[in-house]
Design a protein around this ligand. Structure first.
Ligand SMILES: CC(C)(COP(=O)(O)OP(=O)(O)OC[C@H]1O[C@@H](n2cnc3c(N)ncnc32)[C@H](O)[C@@H]1OP(=O)(O)O)[C@@H](O)C(=O)NCCC(=O)NCCS
Length: 169
C-alpha cells in the first residue's frame, strides 16, 4: 500500500457563526464547534484512507478564545499519522471578524478515526509521509498520544505504554 503525504488529506471548511450556533454569551457553542471539527476531520481521514471512517476518540480539544456570533470560522484538518486502521487527525481553527480580515487562531483539536470495510471491520490504511517541520513534530508525538488515548479508554495497560513510560524514565 502506497504511503501518502499529510498534505494530500488537507480539508478546509469556512463558514459563518450564526445566532443559532451560539451559547448564552453570544459566542459559538462548544458542542457546535466539536461537531463541525468532527465533520471536517472525518473528510480528511476518508480522503487519506479512501474508506468509510468512524470517530474512535477525541483526544484533545482546547478552546483558546471565544468566537463571537458573526465571525467567519475556518477549520483545517490533516491526517498527522496513520497506524494500522486508525488515523490521528490534527485540526486547527481560526476566526476572522468581517471588519478585520486578520485570522486569529482560536482552537486546536486532535481526533482519532478508524477506517472500516463494508462489513464494518477495521481495515488497513496507507502510512503518512510528513513533510513540513510542523507535520514532522505532530507525526512524532502521535504514537505517544495514541498510547495515552488507549490507556484512558482502558484498551492498553499503562505498563505497556512504552512511549509514555519513556517520558518519566
Ligand atoms: C472505533 C471502533 C471501530 C474500534 O473498534 P475495536 O473493536 O476497538 O477495534 P480494534 O480494537 O481492532 O481497534 C481498531 C483501531 O482503533 C484504535 N482505537 C480504538 N479505540 C481507540 C481509542 N479510544 N483511541 C485511539 N485509538 C483507538 C485501535 O488502536 C486500533 O488502531 P490500529 O488498527 O491502528 O492499531 C469501535 O469502537 C466503534 O465502532 N466505535 C464506535 C464509533 C462511532 O460510532 N463513532 C461515532 C461516535 S457517535
Amino acid at each position: 500500500m502506497k504511503s501518502k503525504t499529510s498534505e494530500s488529506s488537507k480539508t478546509i471548511h469556512t463558514d459563518s457563526v450564526l445566532p443559532a450556533d451560539a451559547n448564552s454569551l453570544n459566542g459559538l457553542f462548544g458542542g457546535e464547534l466539536l461537531a463541525r471539527m468532527d465533520r471536517v476531520a472525518s473528510i480528511a481521514a476518508a480522503k487519506h484512507s479512501e474508506e468509510v471512517v468512524v470517530t474512535a476518540s477525541v483526544n484533545n480539544v482546547s478552546f483558546g478564545e471565544p468566537v463571537p456570533v458573526g465571525s467567519i470560522l475556518t477549520i483545517e484538518a490533516k491526517v498527522s499519522r496513520a497506524f494500522n486502521s486508525s488515523m490521528e487527525v490534527f485540526i486547527d481553527v481560526w476566526k476572522q471578524d468581517k471588519m478585520n480580515p486578520k485570522k486569529v487562531k482560536v482552537n486546536e483539536a486532535i481526533y482519532t478515526f478508524v477506517a472500516l470495510n463494508n462489513k464494518g471491520k477495521p481495515v488497513k490504511v496507507p502510512q503518512i509521509i510528513p513533510e513540513t517541520e510542523l507535520e514532522k513534530k505532530r507525526y512524532d508525538g502521535a504514537l505517544r498520544r495514541r498510547q495515552l488515548s488507549l490507556v484512558l479508554a482502558g484498551k492498553l495497560e499503562a505498563k505497556d505504554a512504552t512511549e509514555l513510560r519513556a517520558l518519566f524514565d
